[in-house]
Ligand binder design. Structure first.
Ligand code: TXE
Length: 451
């Protein structure tokens, strides 16, 4: 693989925007060696200094919002407005973990015959494997806690979307974080990613991607008993009860699945609607979906861009046959466009069972609360979801019953810098964001001293 170059494509124009050399095993090993060499110094940086470096990085990200947003928009096809908001979150994440550095600490435990202390120790070198849908965001979710805990890092962005991680690596150095602490390796998952998974000097893999590759990562990690955090696929439910504010629920529902052109692990791609409100809700939903502005990501008004690649578009298309409830428009000309699509389905249909990862929503009816819960949970996944109802007790009752890691009530919102994010069931395990992520990038050490 070493020396082979590849083109990075803008999915809205199908044009090449960069040529990069793909790394292979040798470059991956060299990056791990650099991270290993940098570890003793980085773990010993005083907590307040480590916090200051992370805060400086957060500020640099803020100052480079426009540049980073343009890179992300061109490489992923994201509408520029949304890309800016994502960069805003990246800065918030680094601010949050700057503050977390000295707030994640051990305890003293009462024992007989001495003093018992726990310490939070960094793991060492961690391998961070990131997908193409939110390249910069997901990188920051892993880098923040990894660095705050004192680990050094090899970061592998997805082959299709390496540009923002490369620019971030420059800002990391500019912030004053020592060389070798963060190393970015661009190359194929089955070579660079797999090498990180197998490498004996890598202590942990933080992975986001498909459930299928997540399974391979988990298997590979078993050999060296590596720690793993897996953020995998989703098939989340947007549960709309008849007692909801239907206008509000219908206005929000398209953005819960068509944001990022549906290429979102949190996409609420199964819209479950109570039968007695079904016709009215579907009417409102179709109207709201019709209003989603699909087109040039550089246009400030655009809400949905193209899919990531031609190959991915083929996969998405394979989920739609027959007459959908609604099919939107797409721009003419080049770009991997796919229309916003609403399909009537039962929960047994393929479109309701598999992660489409495109702008296709399955609309499914239910008769009562018990059936809503049963259908919502009838999936191997368990990442996110929404519940729409004006009945507070019902909202919490259903929230407790759903097998999913992240839920919102009367909202689409899934992620914030300070709150835990992660899956149940085959959506993975371990938590990102918030203080919970710090547990995934540290070990607890117990020390007893006889007195
Ligand atoms: O993901 P992959 P892909 C789902 C979604 C999408 C499908 C395929 O349904 O259509 O997966 O996307 C690296 N060892 N999701 O192919 O392959 C790879 O280089 C180690 C859902 O992009 O899982 C990339 O950096 N690493 C998901 C990362 O893993 C390997 C987000 C993810 O790639 C590897 C993305 C290997 N053997 C895709 N093979 C979500 N739900 O957020 C690949 N990689």
């Amino acid at each position: 693989m070493h020396g082979m170059s590849f083109a990075v494509i803008n999915p809205a124009t199908e044009e090449s925007i960069a040529e990069l050399d793909a790394a292979g095993v040798e470059e991956t090993d060299a990056a791990v060696a650099r991270a290993k060499a940098a570890f003793p110094e980085w773990r010993s940086v005083a907590p307040t200094d480590r916090a200051r470096l992370l805060r400086r990085l957060a500020t640099l990200v803020e100052e480079h919002t426009e540049e980073l947003a343009r890179i992300e928009s061109q490489n992923v096809g994201k509408p520029i407005g949304g890309a800016r908001a994502e960069v805003g979150m990246v800065a918030q994440v680094f601010h949050f973990y700057a503050g977390a550095v000295d707030k994640h600490h051990g305890e003293t435990i009462p024992v007989a015959g001495g003093v018992d202390l726990t310490f939070r120790e960094p793991l060492g070198v961690v391998g961070l494997i990131v997908p193409w849908n939110f390249p910069l965001n997901i990188s920051s979710w892993k880098l923040g806690p990894a660095l705050a805990c004192g680990n050094t890092v090899v970061l592998k962005p997805a082959e299709l979307t390496p540009l923002s991680a490369l620019r971030l690596a420059e800002l990391i150095l500019e912030a004053g974080i020592p060389e070798g602490v963060v190393n970015v390796v661009v190359g194929p998952g089955r070579i660079v990613g797999q090498r990180l998974v197998e490498h004996p000097a890598v202590a942990k893999i933080g992975f986001t991607g498909s459930t299928e590759v997540g399974r391979t990562v988990m298997q590979g990690a078993a050999e060296t008993i590596k720690r793993v955090t897996l953020e995998l696929g989703g098939k989340s439910a947007n549960v709309v009860f008849a007692d909801a504010d239907l206008e509000k629920a219908a206005a929000a529902a398209p953005y819960a699945v068509f944001d990022n052109a549906g290429q979102d692990c949190c996409a609420r791609s199964r819209i479950l609607v109570e039968r007695c409100a079904y016709d009215r809700f579907v009417e409102l939903l179709v109207e709201a979906t019709r209003k989603v502005k699909v087109g040039d990501p550089e246009n400030e008004a655009t809400e949905m861009g193209p899919l990531i690649s031609a190959q991915h578009r083929e996969t998405v298309a394979s989920f739609v046959d027959g007459d959908p409830l609604f099919r939107g428009d797409t721009p003419d000309g080049r770009g991997f466009w796919f229309p916003c699509t609403l399909v009537e389905a039962t929960n047994d249909d393929r479109v309701a069972r598999e992660e489409v990862f495109g702008p296709v929503a399955a609309v499914i009816q239910f008769t009562d609360e018990d059936e809503a819960i049963r259908i919502a949970n009838d999936t191997p996944y368990g990442l996110s979801g929404s519940i729409w109802t004006e009945n507070g007790a019902r909202a919490l009752r259903v929230a407790r019953a759903l097998e999913t890691g992240v839920l919102s009530i009367n909202s689409n919102s899934s992620v914030r810098a300070s709150t835990p994010f992660g899956g149940f069931k085959q959506s993975g395990f371990g938590r990102e964001l918030g203080m919970h992520a710090m547990d995934g990038y540290s070990e607890v050490k117990n020390v007893f001293m006889a007195t």
